[in-house]
Design a protein around this ligand. Structure first.
Ligand SMILES: Cc1cc2nc3c(=O)[nH]c(=O)nc-3n(C[C@H](O)[C@H](O)[C@H](O)COP(=O)(O)OP(=O)(O)OC[C@H]3O[C@@H](n4cnc5c(N)ncnc54)[C@H](O)[C@@H]3O)c2cc1C
Length: 385
């Protein structure tokens, strides 16, 4: 493997060649499609969408140090990255629990970003108490026949495949009758009904299964052992490095500090508004502290010193931080802070309002803040229930 300094040079040259200036704004929803597609394809060709996966599964085959160096270089220029369900959640879970056939079938399309996945976990009545889920799968020959409902399924309307929790044993205690199964979305027996949000967009859906079919060899992990696989996937979902470099929304493409500085102005070299100055400073310190804590946690997890549930700590703190980030931006904007119509509300204000709204959901997805605190108390601190 290339010497680390030489590798960093290689990454910088790659960035200079493939990443246009307009994309150097972090992961935003309003990035121009064509240049973004080209950038992701260039990354995928190098295996850098999934840098630490083995090369035979479309990864970059990089070790921990080279992966960290690559990510640091990308972050330094605020390069957009792929954070899909396949890359961040299913892929690492399949690497651990998948059969060789499942890995060969699914990992390369994920690393090339050609197959889109969605997550069928939550049901009406089974969110925080996920193990109470009722969606059934019954064996019929070489297949499972699936009947039931999922809800809040992000990206279901454009997903090619779903990873789904289904009940395969109705007699067993609730955690022991669940299986983790994969099947295509485009088939009879799958109906997707998008849920429209307050801002008019529909990111997630209700999904109804009425006789949908999954091949029996698409069960990941042991039959009825899906709860263990699901918990591992949730640990990946909750992992965060504590960064928040996506900007504050709107046409400005600014970081929070730049935005606040422009909105409230400077006096004698410091922010003119004392209250906002203090909140911004506290937020920046929190951000730094979270980044360092999560790096330490990742090192400890690798060294086998602590459990993998430390990610819940990161998710909890991160969810609060992104909300505070938007709150500060809103406060700095004064009367133009929150709203979407009327005089003075242009595209930039609308974008910011949408971003403020969507960050309210960050303390819900992947397990609510209260559930993360329960996990931290039980599995990180070892407190009695
Ligand atoms: C933006 C977004 C995207 C999502 N995407 C997906 C997806 O792609 N796939 C998917 O399967 N799901 C998805 N979800 C659903 C998400 O996982 C659930 O909303 C979440 O787990 C909470 O479940 P619930 O909505 O049923 O709330 P409930 O479980 O009904 O909780 C209601 C309230 O009670 C509290 N509560 C519940 N139990 C406890 C407890 N034991 N101790 C303390 N407090 C408790 C909760 O914290 C919450 O405040 C998404 C949600 C959001 C917001």
């Amino acid at each position: 493997m290339a010497d680390l300094d030489a590798f960093k040079e290689e990454v910088r040259a790659f960035i200079a060649e493939h990443l246009p200036e307009e994309l150097r704004v972090g992961n935003r929803t309003d990035l121009p499609g064509e240049p973004l597609g080209k950038w992701i394809n260039a990354m995928a060709d190098r295996g850098w969408v999934t840098p630490d996966w083995p090369t035979e599964y479309g990864g970059g085959g990089l070790d921990r140090k080279h992966t960290a160096a690559l990510r640091a270089e990308l972050k330094a220029v605020r390069a957009p990255t792929v954070t899909s369900f396949g890359v961040s959640m299913l892929g690492p879970t399949l690497l651990e629990y998948g059969t060789e056939e499942q890995k060969k079938q699914h990992l390369i399309p994920i690393s090339k970003h050609t197959v889109r996945w969605c997550q069928g976990f939550s049901e009406p009545g089974s969110g925080s108490d996920l193990a109470s889920l009722q969606c059934r799968a019954v064996r019929e020959g070489d297949e499972y026949v699936i009947t039931g409902q999922k809800i809040w399924t992000t990206g279901a309307h454009r997903a090619d495949w779903i990873f789904c929790l289904v009940r395969t044993d109705t007699e067993a205690p609730k955690h022991e009758g669940i299986s983790f199964i994969l099947f295509p979305m485009n088939q009879p027996g799958v109906e997707v009904a998008p849920l429209t949000l307050i801002d008019g967009t529909a990111h997630f859906s209700q999904v109804f299964f009425d006789g949908a079919r999954a091949s029996a060899d698409q069960v990941v992990g042991p039959l009825n052992g899906g709860w263990t696989v699901a918990k591992r996937l949730l640990q990946h979902e909750r992992s965060t490095d504590g960064s928040s470099d996506g900007g504050i929304g709107g046409a400005s493409k600014e970081t929070l500090a730049q935005f606040v500085q422009r909105e409230v102005g400077m006096e004698n070299g410091v922010l003119a508004d004392h209250g906002i100055r203090e909140r911004l400073a506290a937020w920046e310190i929190d951000k730094k502290a979270l980044g360092l804590t999560m790096r330490r946690a990742a090192e400890e997890a690798r060294a086998g010193q602590k459990g993998r549930d430390i990610g819940s700590l990161g998710k909890f703190r991160w969810a609060n931080m992104v909300k505070t980030e938007q709150d500060i931006a809103m406060e700095a904007s004064g009367t133009q802070g929150l709203g979407w119509d009327g005089p003075g509300f242009e595209a930039a204000e609308l974008e910011r309002t949408k971003k403020w709204l969507i960050t309210r959901a960050d303390s819900i997805w992947g397990g609510t803040n209260e559930i993360q605190l329960n996990v931290i108390a039980k599995r990180v601190l070892g407190l009695p229930e």
